[in-house]
Design a protein around this ligand. Sequence first.
Ligand code: AMP
Length: 115
Amino acid sequence: MAEDCLFCKIVAGEIPADVVAESDVAIAFRDVSPQAPVHVLVIPRDHYANVAEVAAAGDVDVAGLFRLAAEVAATEGIADEGYRLVANTGANAHQTVFHCHVHVIGGRPMGWPPG
Ligand code: AMP
């Protein structure tokens, strides 16, 4: 657990979150400021600043993030119509919380490329 990390505190249960799914390596909870009818964040239980740090740590957490994201898409009912996975990484991508997270966004059509 990293000191002063908001998402570590959610993993530890010190800050409440609307948890929708869990696994050994990851948890999924609703984004507090949803940008679509379905907007869930999937995060590793262990602290990594971004997706590159997760990748450097080995295969288990990377696979666990995507496995839980796919599970969330299915249980939220957006797997068939389509959804978007986003891992903002660094300043240009507008990462604001520096505990790796994958946004699962769906329930409406989305444009491409992103703005
Ligand atoms: P990013 O800009 O990719 O770093 O996304 C961070 C996301 O975390 C934003 O979509 C926020 O709305 C979301 N967020 C911040 N605080 C919380 C919280 N306490 N519970 C749930 N989502 C949060």
